[in-house]
Design a protein around this ligand. Sequence first.
Ligand SMILES: Cc1ncc(COP(=O)(O)O)c(C=O)c1O
Length: 397
Amino acid sequence: MDIFQKCRDFTEARDAQRRGLYPFFIPIEESRGGRVVMKGKELIMIGSNNYLGLSWDRRVMEASINAIKKFGTSCSGSRFANGTLALHEDLEVKLARFTGKKSALCFTTGYQTNLGAISALVGRNEHILTDRYNHASIMDGIFLASGMKGSVKIHRYFHNDPENLESVISRLPIDEPKIIVTDGVFSMEGDIVKLPELRKIADRYNAALYIDEAHAIGVIGDTGRGCEEYYNNICSDLVMCTFSKSFGSLGGFIAGDEEIIDYIKHFARPLIFSASMPPATIASVTKALEIIETEPEHVKRLQQIAGKMINGFKSLGFNIGVAETPIIPLIIGHNEKTFLFWKALFENGVYANPVISPAVPPDRSLIRTSFMAIHTDEELDKVLEISGREARKLGII
Ligand SMILES: Cc1ncc(COP(=O)(O)O)c(C=O)c1O
């Protein structure tokens, strides 16, 4: 047997393609704000994380173009060496102010932010407590820490279950270093972390608290500042976020106390050994941040849309779990039916994302819908009408 045998044996994707039930890697031929063209067909896009629609804001696009004219298309180097522009540092100062932290550090992707920050911070014989539904980049950060340093103590607690977290953490030696890591808004189910309870547990058991705000900043809290604002300024020790969602761009950051950020800066391998965010990207994020800070109406509209769609799907009879945000799962709990429903939506002019195991437990396969502040009421009503009609045909509702 050679090393490639497993590739030849992997036929699931090709089988699904033959049956016309393969929903992944479909190229977008054109983007038109809340709509896209795929396979020559215009679809309402309810599968994007561009929550505020800012990747389509003229000012954001212009900021990118101007940065290219001034600095070119790439930094061609790591932040550590020739890859730090004044633009990076300016953005970091603004992000620290926005999150109310002392310092911030940008990475080239959100994935690398978790990978780099977690693997830098967690050492041998130290404890990390992680929600079972946390994003894969958090787990991969833990794996990188374990691979580099050996015997990191990993504890996975039940999803958004402070009681279970407490029963796990209370059994650990009080004097051994610990960190609790959680998503702020969970990426598949759209529910919000119980931050006040987690803060109390962290304090009681001498643990640090790290929150991934990828789907929370720009989405929840009166001015879009995420979970901390949503809970009236309950503080975590470290806030992480991506730029690929509400900021409509690419990259990520981590914010916290100066010495902690400085340490991450010097020990995060994904920061040191990868080229930095390119000029166009930093400039777009800086402009997006300015818009989020000065134009709260986008966040308000998004929150209004979330309310409308949660009520709409619920009254049609969908199981939407405990969704509280513009991420609304339509839980089907059956892989084949999930694909059939995805296909029916696609054929009727709606693009959403199917999510099956291992991204979610096998009995929770779902269609992940996510909405943008730029969706019109007419588009939203159409989505509800098509979803209801097609789900009824398949016996989902
Ligand atoms: C909760 C969470 N954290 C981190 C990431 C990684 O961010 P990015 O895709 O911007 O690299 C994602 C992306 O899906 C996410 O959902």
